[in-house]
Design a protein around this ligand. Structure first.
Ligand SMILES: [Zn+2]
Ligand SMILES: [Zn+2]
Length: 399
């Protein structure tokens, strides 16, 4: 056997060294994979054999998986997978032979072995020949789905218990990094994950042929858009009698972008650029706070930068984002001041245009200009080489 006494393993190591030293080797990928998978099967049997002999206990390791993970530079999950396969192959000689001969790959074998292990006392329902046939016929992805269904049919209670155990692993961690960006890390249950993925992907389509964002960037923007939309709609539960919102604090000088003015603060902690400040100020509720020697002496009434009647009229006029080729609809668009109100622009219809979250950012932070020409809007990119004409109301763009 491989590894026994070192002789067979030494020969294998020498053969591998010779193979790797060959510079112009012409190797068929599939044949190479067969060899690797067959060796993976041999590793599984070897690991299982070590576990049965209690080799891991010698070094004080509680589990064979942690011992193999440490000694073989693997994750504990990978080591546990190999041990499971090694154990189950003892009962599945036909599957083991199919792996050794390259009829099926290691991943398929692993799926079958885990299914048999999960069935526990109902493992007699596992028909080796039938399952081997499925492994030969289906891709790894579809075999996994089929095994999930088989598991549910054979053992609905066990399936439920496992799903509930998996549910306890759900988590979401959102942390702010030193540069102000946020890191999101999490695991969602199948239903919430599918809902989140579906909702984000519906917002992550390219917004026109010139949308150069990567899919990952569009998904990140979609997540921000979802959160902003939920807050804008005012449908989220109040906390301490106040609707969820983000606070932006600035001075009059900062708002006018005067030389030497201090930057605006997001949530009283993070300085943000003047361009971002202007974008947020296009669509906000503003409260004036008067200070004297750092003491608050007056707080004005909260007013929106665009009044409710004007916003209604703007939504009827523009019906969605007016950036060329963008099909974001009215509920997902916000008013932009063509001349910002801090520089004397007015919050009335001629000075306003609806833009989606992405194109509003493109105009402020991306340096695009919006020029009103009669009833049309022209959008000029920062290099001013291309002039695009916006679609008129009622015209939708279709990719
Ligand atoms: Zn704006
Ligand atoms: Zn848009």
């Amino acid at each position: 056997m491989l590894g026994e006494g070192g002789t067979a393993l030494s020969k294998l190591q020498a053969a591998v060294r010779e193979f790797l030293a060959c510079e112009d080797r012409q190797v068929d990928n599939k044949e190479l994979r067969v060899v690797i998978d067959a060796l993976e099967g041999a590793f599984c049997k070897n690991a299982r054999s070590s576990e049965q002999r209690g080799q891991h206990l010698v070094g004080g390791n509680i589990t064979a998986a942690s011992w193999i993970a440490r000694t073989c530079a693997m994750s504990v999950n990978s080591a546990a997978d190999r041990l499971c396969v090694g154990e189950q192959l003892e009962w599945l000689p036909t599957v083991a032979a199919a792996l050794a001969s390259g009829e099926i790959g290691y991943q398929s074998v692993s799926i079958l072995c885990h299914l048999r292990e999960q069935l526990g006392e109902k493992r007699d329902l596992f028909d080796e020949d039938e399952m081997l046939g499925y492994a030969q016929k289906y891709s790894v992805f579809h075999l996994r789905q089929l095994c999930n269904v088989a598991r549910h049919v054979a053992d609905p209670e066990g399936f439920f218990d496992e799903a509930e155990e998996n549910f306890t692993r759900r988590r979401l961690h959102i942390s702010q990094m030193p540069d102000g960006m946020y890191r999101v890390d999490g695991v969602l249950d199948p239903v919430s994950g599918a809902a989140f993925k579906t909702a984000a992907e519906s917002l992550a389509k390219r917004l026109g042929p010139d949308d150069e964002r990567s899919h990952k960037q569009r998904m990140a923007d979609a997540t921000g858009e979802l959160a902003n939309h939920a807050m804008d709609k005012g449908a989220l539960p109040r906390r301490h009698s106040v609707r969820p919102h983000i606070n932006l604090t600035t001075t009059l000088e900062g708002l006018k972008n005067e030389l030497g003015a201090p930057p605006a603060d997001l949530e009283l902690s993070l300085p943000i650029s003047t361009r971002t400040l202007e974008r947020i100020a296009c669509v906000c509720t503003m409260s004036r706070v008067l200070l004297a020697d750092s003491m608050v002496i007056d707080v004005g009434r909260a007013t929106r930068t665009v009044s409710a009647p004007t916003l209604r009229a703007l939504r009827v006029r523009d019906r969605g984002c007016r950036f060329p080729a963008c099909d974001r609809q009215v509920d997902w668009s916000n008013p932009h001041h063509i001349i910002h109100w801090a520089r004397g622009g007015r919050g009335n219809l001629p000075n306003l245009v609806l833009l989606c979250y992405y194109h509003h950012r493109l105009v402020h932070e991306g340096g695009w200009q919006v020029i009103k020409s009669g009833r049309e809007f022209r959008f000029l990119p920062p290099d001013r080489l291309v002039v695009k004409r916006a679609r008129g109301p009622g015209m939708r763009w279709a990719a």
